[in-house]
Design a protein around this ligand. Structure first.
Ligand SMILES: Cc1cc2nc3c(=O)[nH]c(=O)nc-3n(C[C@H](O)[C@H](O)[C@H](O)COP(=O)(O)O)c2cc1C
Ligand code: SF4
Length: 653
């Protein structure tokens, strides 16, 4: 047992099952299933987490019926043929000492999937339209409700036959069970609607269906939102009552928050860095007092063992979901139990490559740890046959990951950074409001550099004489990108600043227009910073909306903040010129002029340009080299770190 975290690493008994500690990986879509069944990639993904010490893995959603195809690659539990495939997954998790549960799922009206190119008709409780996916469902008949209820029971029986320890009904996030529970969605007048007892009937019958078809020892739990955080949805009081009533027929309740049905509610499906750590623990604590022997699990931005230990120690929950914490560092539990807390690569809640990938239909990964989701290719790195003297130039995320990778494969590695600090563009990100946690990527990579034994030289300029003197066997150029300003017609009578000027302390006038070419987090941060300092801010976006290029829960949380600050936004703007307190744009869709008047300061948030200086003479030097990250083409930290891994492996192995 860990002396630092004695409660977190104490075993937990759920029904007949002993779980080795209190950490679980909650159900999350990986896009690593194919044809409805687990792939070798999905198995390797979960084996890495089980080997890393997690107590329980709740495997991602399994569709219980043909109408529950949530995505084209959802796991399917509607046919007996699936049993041997799931056995491989559950056996692999068990072999590493972790327990295995699986989620049983029907999205109801929250369905955007296509079949043969056409949007499928959603099976819903009633015709209440879904705001976010613009769905009006077909209302299920009583027979169809019966078919879905049997589908849960049959899918659970198949999972039990495949060796799973428990099943979890996904009643959270506005999916089908919670649509039955919600008076603003369930307009039925039959025995499944009309009063709280009738609205609960569907979930009660699903539980009965599972219990009656499965072995007695199978654990049956439900995931429920403790608050949908939607003005038309189920609030904390309503959810508390629902949980209290369902608890006696369940072995556990797994608390999270939010609903898929609205923009503000969906932010809580994967809460970004602006949401406080462990924010649902007060609800789970209250629930635990009320539901007696039923176990209570909680998740939501619990990304450090210290927080999880506190939750378990204070009796706020029996187990803590630490899902992104282990997407980012599969060995987080093992490191915590050994007291190696500083070695943990902490998740920063950016949502970029985990849920961001899932929403793009791409396999799961992590911006800080591109090995995640790519375990079969990268978890075991080849060792260099002969150790080489590797020089990495540039100390941003790309260069840091390149240096770590080169050192981990058995080379002698030196990193030169021209400035006095490591971090590159990530230093800028962490300087913006509501983006501070992004700086965690620098701390994490710095720690990894140290542990990998990389020699770091700050204030070190890379040029031909210095390189010749150092005499490297291979070079990785990660020199990043530099600031750039687009040509702007006119320029008299309006102060024009670059966003980096603002971060360096430049002051604006009262009436500010921000031109956002990037549609990422920078212009949002600028708008927040300047509004908070008292300026009147208008945001002219070269795209559909602010944050269009970033993950939509991060974006929507930001749009809510901009709205509250009173920032006026205009979409489809291309900057043309600025003169005499007026800024001129072209509407990119209409191709017509747009004029914003009464402007003191224009803040431009343009793209960067690659900083490739030394590459020319390096080419003729005969030294093997690679250019990576922004130095190759300015993109995000995700590509920087990914290329730090992949290009370095290509160069050295
Ligand atoms: C890529 C990804 C996919 C997810 N898919 C699901 C899902 O299918 N079912 C579910 O209940 N939650 C899903 N979630 C939410 C997680 O289970 C979890 O509640 C959320 O990430 C917050 O916990 P964390 O802060 O520990 O990551 C998903 C999360 C991520 C990152
Ligand atoms: S991509 Fe960001 S949010 Fe997702 S696991 Fe990695 S650090 Fe965490």
């Amino acid at each position: 047992m860990s002396s630092l975290f004695p409660n977190l690493f104490s075993p937990f008994q759920m029904k007949g099952l002993e779980i080795r500690n209190r950490i679980f990986s909650s159900g999350h879509d990986t896009d690593l299933a194919r044809g409805g069944i687990p792939t070798d990639e999905l198995i390797a993904y979960h084996v890495a987490r089980a080997r890393g010490g997690v107590g329980l893995i709740v495997v991602q959603v399994v569709a219980v019926h043909d109408s529950a195809r949530y995505t084209s690659e959802v796991l399917q539990g509607a046919d007996d043929d699936c049993i041997p495939h799931f056995s491989r997954l559950f056996d692999a998790i068990h072999r590493e000492g972790a327990a295995a549960f699986v989620q049983l799922f029907h999205p109801g009206r929250e369905l955007a999937a296509r079949r043969d190119g056409a949007v499928m008709p959603a099976w819903g409780v009633s015709q209440a339209p879904s705001e976010r996916f613009k769905v009006v469902a077909k209302t299920m008949s009583t027979d169809e409700i019966g078919e879905i209820i049997s589908g849960y029971g049959d899918a659970a029986r198949r999972m039990a036959a495949a060796g799973v320890d428990g099943v979890e009904i996904v009643g959270s996030h506005g999916y089908l069970p919670s649509q039955f529970l919600s008076p603003s969605i369930n307009f039925r007048t039959d025995e499944y609607g009309g009063n709280p007892e009738n609205r609960r009937r569907f979930v009660d019958e699903v539980i009965q269906s599972i219990r009656s078809t499965c072995p007695e020892e199978l654990i049956v739990g439900a995931r429920l939102s403790g608050d949908e955080f939607d003005s038309g949805g189920l609030d904390e009081d309503a959810m508390f009552e629902i949980c209290r009533n369902l608890a006696p027929s369940l072995d556990y309740l797994n608390v999270i928050a939010g609903t898929s049905a609205s923009s503000g509610g969906s932010v809580h499906i994967v809460p970004p860095m602006t949401v406080s750590n462990g924010y649902m623990a007060p609800f789970s604590a209250k629930l635990k007092q009320a539901v007696g022997p039923t176990a209570v699990l909680v998740a939501g931005r619990i990304n450090q063992p210290q927080d999880a230990e506190k939750i378990v120690r204070e009796g706020a929950a029996d187990m803590c979901g630490m899902t992104r914490a282990m997407i980012c560092d599969p060995r987080m539990p093992a490191k915590a139990s050994l007291g190696q807390v500083d070695d943990i690569r902490a998740c920063i809640g950016c949502n970029q490559a985990c849920i961001g990938h899932a929403q793009l239909g791409l396999p799961i990964s992590c911006i800080q740890y591109p090995e995640s989701g790519r375990e079969l290719r990268f978890a075991e790195k080849p060792r260099a046959e002969v150790s080489r003297r590797v020089l990495v130039v540039g100390g941003g995320p790309a260069g840091m990951k390149a240096a770590i990778t080169a050192a981990e494969t058995g080379n002698s590695v030196t990193l030169w950074e021209r400035s006095s600090r490591l971090g590159g563009q990530a230093l800028l990100a962490q300087a913006l409001p509501n983006r501070e946690e992004f700086g965690g990527i620098i701390n994490n990579l710095e720690g990894e550099l140290r542990r990998a034994g990389v020699s770091v030289s700050l204030n070190s300029e890379f040029d031909q004489p210095n390189c010749s003197e150092f005499s490297p066997d291979a070079v990785v150029l990660a020199t990043g990108s530099r600031r750039w300003m687009p040509p702007i017609e006119g320029g008299e009578g309006v102060e024009i600043l670059h966003h980096e000027d603002i971060l360096a302390g430049a002051k604006t006038g009262q009436r500010v227009v921000i031109y956002d070419w990037r549609t990422d987090w920078i212009a949002i941060g600028m708008a927040e910073l300047l509004s908070q300092s008292g300026a009147d801010v208008r945001l002219a976006v070269n795209g559909v909306c602010p944050g269009f290029a970033i993950q939509n829960y991060v974006r929507d949380a930001a749009i809510a903040r901009l709205y509250r600050l009173g920032v006026e936004t205009t979409a489809f703007m291309r900057l043309y010129g600025a003169e005499d307190r007026t800024v001129y744009f072209v509407h990119t869709a209409a191709q017509e002029p747009v004029v914003l008047e009464d402007v003191d300061t224009l803040v431009v948030v343009p793209p960067n340009q690659p900083e490739v200086g030394p590459a020319d003479w390096l080419k003729s030097s005969g030294i093997p080299y690679r250019i990576i990250g922004d130095a190759l083409a300015p993109r995000t930290a995700e590509e920087a770190v990914y290329e730090g891994l992949t290009a370095t492996l290509e160069l050295l192995t």
